[in-house]
Unconditional design. Structure first.
Ligand SMILES: Cc1cc2nc3c(=O)[nH]c(=O)nc-3n(C[C@H](O)[C@H](O)[C@H](O)COP(=O)(O)OP(=O)(O)OC[C@H]3O[C@@H](n4cnc5c(N)ncnc54)[C@H](O)[C@@H]3O)c2cc1C
Length: 412
């Protein structure tokens, strides 16, 4: 007889593990199916404070704390020597004031291991290849690494398959993103000069040129993740092997050239990714809910990915529990609308970053500290706090403030 569970979770990334843990803790049987063997690499190393609430509710926070990951207290943005330093302790919303910078292979394994320790079954090297939705259950076909297939019967499915986008692909729900395709070239490198002048307890984002930026994310193991993000055409000027291109990129930004002059690459060669933005028609359907990157992913500039994955998993898991308990759930209003709202807030800031209007705000010579705190809360992931005017009227307020500061600068 095929295996029967209350909930099948696709993928053991942050979205999958958080959803699995919350549903399991409510007393339901959960099976996680994960395509890869852990630890496995995935990008997304800078977390936001809001994800701590989701980890806490899932009972996963202590396991992560025990790993001693690098504490993150804020994010610093640098353009032409001007510095805009957001410290999460100066934010408007009452919430977490810190989080972590994590090598995701270790972080995701920590979450998945803790799920297993709680009693959740996790099947690695097994992928979901087909789903048949019936009236009160679904039949999920999985294939293991040896090619053997099996079926699982589940009352509900949580899709946390990230870039795999299992249900949107199987059910034809994928939609092209409105974001233009961008490319990243990145590596983990040694960082012996870190303590001389650079604080490890924050990430630094450099504006290399108006359309190209660089992330610098120090880890507690002494290595630092450094990545360039820009239009694909920007990278065409760099020739040679990927390693040669990466070293030339490091040398092209003066502060990085100095800090990483004699660095060693931790990986055999840098990695590159392109065209990651995606979206779907709906975030739910009969018998399933989509979480994390499967819903919509915009852009890495404000480190929103893992936090949106965590919060969507937290929200979805609580609704799945209600559904399994026989309560009526309005998925559109209680799940899709708030998740889309959170993504929309980030969309305003991402668009403002790439069209340059946000630079007027970030690098204003005399920032208004109240407004700075409100924007800091957005960058901490508190994009559902409607009392924050830079959440509630995000588009209008960012545009108006940017125009005002640009005019002020022109008159100065
Ligand atoms: C260049 C770049 C930089 C980024 N930087 C950041 C950052 O600094 N901070 C941040 O928060 N986010 C960042 N992100 C975004 C981040 O990568 C994602 O938002 C995040 O990993 C989403 O988590 P998730 O749990 O939804 O999916 P994932 O972490 O992708 O996990 C999904 C899991 O599902 C598994 N899976 C896939 N298909 C199947 C299948 N058929 N069957 C079973 N399992 C399957 C996968 O193997 C994977 O383990 C960045 C993204 C990019 C492109």
């Amino acid at each position: 007889m095929k295996k029967q569970v209350d909930v099948l979770v696709i993928g053991a990334g942050p979205a999958g593990s958080i959803a699995a843990a919350i549903i399991h803790r409510a007393g339901f049987s959960v099976q996680v199916v994960e395509k890869m063997k852990f630890p496995r690499f995935v990008i997304g190393e800078s977390l936001l404070p809001r994800c701590m609430e989701a980890l806490e509710e899932a009972g996963l926070l202590d396991a992560v704390k025990a790993k001693g990951f690098q504490r993150k207290d804020g994010a610093k943005f640098v353009m032409d020597g001007n510095i805009c330093d957001f410290n999460f302790s100066n934010q408007y919303t009452h919430g977490w004031q810190w989080t972590w910078q994590v090598p995701r292979a270790d972080f995701d394994k920590t979450l998945a291991d803790e799920c297993e320790r709680m009693g959740v079954s996790v099947n690695y090297e097994t992928e979901v290849i087909d789903i048949k939705i019936n009236d009160d259950h679904s039949i999920i076909t999985v294939k293991d690494i040896t090619g053997n297939t099996d079926t699982i019967r589940a009352r509900f499915i949580v899709d946390g398959s990230g870039y795999g986008r299992v249900i949107p692909k199987l059910f034809g729900l994928e939609r092209p993103s409105s974001m233009p395709p961008r490319k990243a070239v990145f590596c983990h490198i040694t960082d012996p000069k870190r303590d001389q002048a650079f604080e490890p307890n924050r990430i630094v984002v450099y504006v290399h040129n108006p359309k190209t930026w660089i992330w610098v994310i120090p880890f507690s193991n002494g290595n630092t993740s450094v990545g360039y993000v820009g239009d694909p055409e920007f990278f065409e000027q760099y020739k040679g092997t990927l390693k040669e291109q990466y070293l030339a990129l490091l040398a092209a930004e003066p502060e990085l050239a100095d800090r990483f002059e004699n660095c060693e690459m931790v990986w055999d060669e840098p990695k590159t990714l392109q065209g990651w933005s995606s979206t779907t028609d709906a975030f739910f359907g009969k018998g399933f809910v989509l979480t994390g990157n499967v819903t919509e992913f915009l852009d890495p500039v404000f480190s929103s990915g893992v936090t949106l994955a965590s919060v969507s998993a937290q929200m979805a898991a609580n609704l799945v529990i209600r559904h399994l308990n026989g309560e009526e759930v309005n998925w559109k209003d209680e799940y899709m609308a708030p998740m889309a709202k959170g993504v929309d807030v980030f969309r305003t800031y991402v668009n403002g970053w790439y069209d340059g209007s946000l630079f007027n705000i970030f690098f204003a010579p005399e920032p208004d500290l109240e407004i700075r705190g409100q924007i800091c809360s957005v960058l901490a992931g508190y994009v559902w706090d409607e009392s924050n005017p830079f959440v509630a009227r995000h588009e209008k307020n960012v545009r108006t403030l940017s125009n005002f500061l640009a005019a002020k600068k022109a008159l100065a």
